[in-house]
Design a protein around this ligand. Structure first.
Ligand code: NAD
Ligand code: UGA
Length: 466
């Protein structure tokens, strides 16, 4: 009889936490230990206030926690007990040295491989869950093999495709599970875990490199669709076409499909930009500059879209927002998450602050502390410090409120940055009364009813509509 699977996952972040909670939930026979070096994160996973806001996640965690799901800082203990180790740590863009600004920083992944090698006293399947450059498994395998313990390791690639805000549903009903490897026994051991709830026909087996590259490619294709429709939104604004109508019209073509065609202020999130930059770096590394330039345009277009939005605000408001109050509705990079990484809101707020605007932010899930941290990081640059003038702006001109209406009170404009459902469900007549006139609305998500707002007296500017 084959040995019962016991899992250890290194990294209790947006991916490690929810993914392992779902495995534990669906596989009561498998012990799942999730470890992290950050004791605060582990404490939060053991509390009622999970570190990740994700609809439906608390119920999944609650049912398995204390049964077969454990969050702990005991890294050596969890590794020793496990026969399958997932690496689910962060792989941010490098900010220093060779490849800075493009290549993935793999130091955390390498440290995990070394830690697994150090504490393992029995054979293990090691699963790359983090998003990694193609051929990383080679380095991971070499580091693991350098251990003198005689323990055998089989490395698999099993990238994660969940999207934040819908993680529970994505994990419960994945389009596919991708497993890359060269050891069939290890591949089937991992497939058996997923087969507890995912039909076998949705489990794709490939070689290691195809699996690693498929993850970067999937994110590049998705981001490319957003940049493509955003590029068209600029042309719509110049010509009188309506980007939502164009997206609707092309999306009915079954070869194009309707999803990921929502024009916006620009995509954010921890992964799209990082993964495309990584792809660009890999193409350059392998001597493919034309391919690198092709993908880089997706980022160039996204930067343009964010900047175009803040420029439009300034232009429409008589070329100055200095000392004007602007309500920012939403700061997270999309709705139903508390994640602000690479959110377009950070860039737009930075631009408005540079124009000396006073900004009042409302987001149902993001704290003032997080907002200040994000703005400080962007304004100072990696490793930099704020100038005195920047510090003054950050501390005097940025406030938060506890409702969308309160943010708009006395404001000259509202800028919608995140598509939270509650934003379309406001009393716009009363909001209009409370604002300075002319009262502007800049809808960076096209979620508001432009006709209704116009009837209420607002000057409304939407993405891709003139
Ligand atoms: P995250 O920053 O939320 O979490 C990573 C965690 O790893 C942190 O809590 C950190 O303390 C921990 N960690 C770092 N080094 C460690 C070590 N040596 N031992 C134990 N813990 C360690 O990151 P994330 O958003 O969960 O992303 C993880 C990976 O998954 C990335 O490669 C990302 O590209 C990929 N991914 C993310 C998403 C997403 O929606 N966020 C989706 C798919 C794939
Ligand atoms: C994305 C992918 O969708 C996941 O499959 C992948 O696992 C994940 O990246 C990752 O590797 O981290 P995520 O970033 O969580 O997931 O969220 P998305 O729904 O993809 O949205 C990304 C950004 O694009 C958001 O800012 C969103 O508002 C924006 N977007 C998305 C648009 O502007 N328009 C659209 O039509 C779709």
């Amino acid at each position: 009889m084959s040995e019962q699977t016991k899992i250890c996952c290194l990294g209790a972040g947006y991916v490690g936490g929810p993914t392992m909670a779902m495995i534990a939930h669906q596989c009561p026979d498998i012990d799942v230990h999730v470890v992290d070096l950050n004791p605060k994160r582990i404490a939060a996973w053991n509390s009622e206030e999970l570190p990740v806001y994700e609809p439906g996640l608390y119920d999944v965690v609650k049912q398995a926690r204390g049964r077969n799901l454990k969050f702990t800082t005991d890294v050596p203990g969890a590794i020793r007990e496990a026969n399958m180790c997932f690496i689910s740590v962060n792989t941010p863009t490098k900010t220093f040295g060779i490849g800075a600004g493009r290549a993935a920083n793999l130091e955390f992944v390498e440290k995990c491989a070394r830690t697994i090698a150090e504490y393992s006293d029995s054979d293990k399947v090691v699963v790359e869950k983090s998003t990694l450059p193609v051929r990383t498994a080679e380095s991971v395998q070499r580091i693991l093999n350098s251990s003198s313990s005689g323990v055998k390791f089989s490395v698999l690639s099993n990238p994660e495709f969940l999207a934040e805000g819908t993680a529970v549903d994505d994990l419960l009903n994945p389009d596919r599970i991708l497993i890359g490897g060269d050891n069939d026994v290890a591949i089937e051991k991992l497939a058996d875990v997923y087969k507890h709830w995912v039909p076998d026909e949705r489990i794709i087996r490939t070689n290691l490199w195809s699996s690693e590259l498929s993850k970067l490619t999937a994110n590049a294709f998705l981001a490319q669709r957003v940049s493509s429709i955003n590029a068209i939104s600029a042309l719509c604004e110049a010509t009188g076409a309506d980007v939502d109508e164009v997206a609707g019209a092309i999306g009915t073509d079954s070869r194009i499909g309707p999803r990921f065609l929502k024009a916006s202020v620009g995509f954010g999130g921890s992964c799209f930009q990082k993964d495309i930059l990584n792809l660009v770096y890999l193409c350059e590394h392998f001597g493919l500059p034309e391919v690198a330039q092709y993908w880089e345009q997706v980022i160039v277009m996204n930067d343009y879209q964010k900047r175009r939005f803040s420029t439009r605000i300034v232009k429409k408001m008589f070329n100055t927002v200095s000392d004007k109050k602007i309500a920012i509705w939403g700061f997270a990079f999309k709705k139903d998450t508390n994640d602000t990484r690479e959110s377009a809101a950070i860039y737009v707020c930075r631009d408005l602050l540079e124009e000396r605007a006073r900004i009042t932010i409302y987001d149902p899930q993001v704290s003032l502390e997080q907002i200040r941290q994000d703005l400080e990081y962007l304004m100072a640059g990696p490793g930099g410090v704020l100038t005195e003038a920047q510090r003054e702006l950050l501390y005097n001109n940025v406030t938060v409120t506890s409702s969308a209406k309160a943010a708009a009170d006395g404001a000259h404009a509202i800028a919608v940055m995140t598509e939270w459902d509650e934003f379309s469900d406001q009393d716009f007549d009363s909001i209009y009364q409370s604002m300075m006139k002319p009262a502007f609305v800049f809808d960076g998500r096209n979620v508001l009813d432009a006709q209704q707002l116009s009837d209420a007296g607002f000057e409304i500017e939407s993405i891709g509509k003139s």
